[in-house]
Every structure is written in structure tokens, then in C-alpha cells.
Ligand binder design. Structure first.
Ligand SMILES: [Zn+2]
Length: 266
């Protein structure tokens, strides 16, 4: 098989120079510097909000075909590299879904890029609505540490809800308790019932990927003065209800689960 010749179209300008310190779920704002000869390729790009960015991880190992997702959890089993997003693979092409923040000349300011400073960029393609699969099945690959799982879940919640509101944080707290109890929330046999605000319902649906049907896993009732989620799996029920009125989101972050909620397991 003959080899393929690729020419980078740009370069990442990021705060991080070491791939072991770069945030696992993408960075806040990064710049992609497109080389001047490709400027015409940026035409009308701002009509899209999200893009796939393909980079070349030139420091990655190319000689292994299976590995453990060690940065997430060293106790996880080994997977073939085609079943992981690890940089190590025969052709270290990296894929990131980013939000386009602004374009200045040949500089693209993006959010969510997973690449260190000076990483060559191979290509950029728009993210389309038809790319969305609401509840794909995947192995449960999550960090064991609560703060890392919280960070990942916050990112998923904002991705889904597209606004960082008080009830998003309330939903996040409930979902973390449910995850502690049931493991993977996007599970075909985990049923979720929510009573509360539209934001609470939307975020919990997004985090659990529970659809109204096929299979029926989700039920929502609007209520202005309740915030409750009931999770059921294999005959076990976990009910989490907000036990007090909150003044602001900071107060929510400072309170322990037991102070904040009335939690019942059956
Ligand atoms: Zn909201």
C-alpha cells in the first residue's frame, strides 16, 4: 500500500505544551492559526457554530494496537485503539468537536479543542445536526474520582443545555448521585422520572440520554415548586428531592448531598 502525503493547513496555539497536563475534556479557548495560503477556505465559516477539527498528534506512539485508558482510570480493561480516543494509534489523527467563538483574520478562536501548542491541524469540517445520535451505546469509561466525573458531566450538561443556569447545577448534583448508585446513566434499563423546572428536566434528560420512547425511559412533569428525580433500574429505586429553597448556585455548590436533598433508596 502506498503512503499518503498530508500537508498541515494550520497550527494550534494553546496554553498547554505538555499533553499530560492538557484538560481531558478539551480546553476553554484555543487559537487555530490557519496558514495564509488557505485563507480562502475560511469563507462563510462563521455561518456554522460547531466544527470537527482533525489534528496530527506527532508525539503519539504509533506502534501499539491496544491499551488502557490510563489517564481516565488505570483499572479499566485494555481496548483496541479503534475503540478508544487515545492519541496512540497507527495514524495519530486526533478528532475534536469545537465551538467556533470568533474568527480574526486567519485565526480561529475555538472552545473544546483537545490539542497542545504547536499541534499541526490537518482539516476542519462543520458539525451538522444529522451528526447527532442522542443515546449511543458505549462502554462505561469514566474516571473513578468524583471531581473528574463532575467536570466531565458539567461539560456534557452544557453541551446539551447550551446555557449554564442554576437548575443545570442542581441536575448535575442529582445525576452524580444517581451515577454513584447505578453507574452508567445512558443505560437502556435505567428509567428516569423528573418533576420540576423545564431546565431541570432538559439537563437530566441530556445527561441520562433517556428518551420518551424506544425504549421508554423518561417521564417529565412540570412543577414550579418541586425539584425531584426518581431513578429506577433492576427493581431498585433512588429518589432524590430538593429539600430546601436555594438562594443561589454558590450555596448549592457548598452544601453536602444530605443537606441539600432528601434521598431515598428502595
Ligand atoms: Zn437552563
Amino acid at each position: 500500500m502506498k503512503s499518503i502525503n498530508l500537508k498541515p493547513v494550520g497550527m494550534v496555539k494553546a496554553e498547554y505544551n505538555d499533553r499530560m497536563t492538557v484538560p481531558l475534556w478539551g480546553q476553554d479557548i484555543t487559537v487555530i492559526e490557519i496558514f495564509p495560503e488557505y485563507e480562502r477556505a475560511l469563507l462563510r465559516m462563521e455561518e456554522h457554530s460547531h466544527f470537527w477539527v482533525l489534528c496530527w498528534f506527532d508525539q503519539a506512539r504509533r506502534d501499539i494496537l491496544s491499551t488502557r485508558p490510563e489517564r481516565i482510570d488505570p483499572n479499566l480493561p485494555e481496548y483496541g485503539v479503534f475503540g478508544l480516543r487515545t492519541p496512540a494509534r497507527p495514524n495519530p489523527i486526533a478528532l475534536s468537536l469545537v465551538k467556533l467563538v470568533k474568527i480574526e483574520g486567519c485565526n480561529l478562536y475555538v472552545q473544546g479543542l483537545d490539542a497542545i501548542n504547536e499541534t499541526p491541524v490537518l482539516d476542519i469540517k462543520p458539525y451538522y445536526e444529522q451528526d447527532i445520535i442522542f443515546s449511543p451505546q458505549a462502554p462505561y469509561i469514566r474516571p473513578p474520582e468524583l471531581d473528574k466525573r463532575r467536570e466531565l458531566m458539567l461539560k456534557e450538561a452544557i453541551n446539551h443545555h447550551q446555557e449554564d443556569c442554576a437548575d443545570l447545577h442542581l441536575a448535575l448534583r442529582m445525576a452524580l448521585i444517581a451515577e454513584e448508585h447505578f453507574g452508567k446513566l445512558n443505560s437502556q434499563d435505567l428509567y428516569l422520572e423528573v418533576r420540576g423546572s423545564l431546565c431541570l428536566g432538559d439537563v437530566l434528560q441530556g445527561l441520562s440520554r433517556a428518551r420518551l420512547s424506544n425504549p421508554a425511559r423518561f417521564n417529565f412533569t412540570f412543577s414550579a415548586d418541586t425539584a425531584k428525580s426518581v431513578w429506577q433500574k433492576n427493581g431498585m429505586t433512588l429518589s432524590i428531592e430538593l429539600a430546601r429553597k436555594l438562594d443561589n448556585a454558590t450555596q448549592l455548590d457548598q452544601m453536602a448531598d444530605q443537606e441539600l436533598f432528601s434521598i431515598r433508596k428502595e
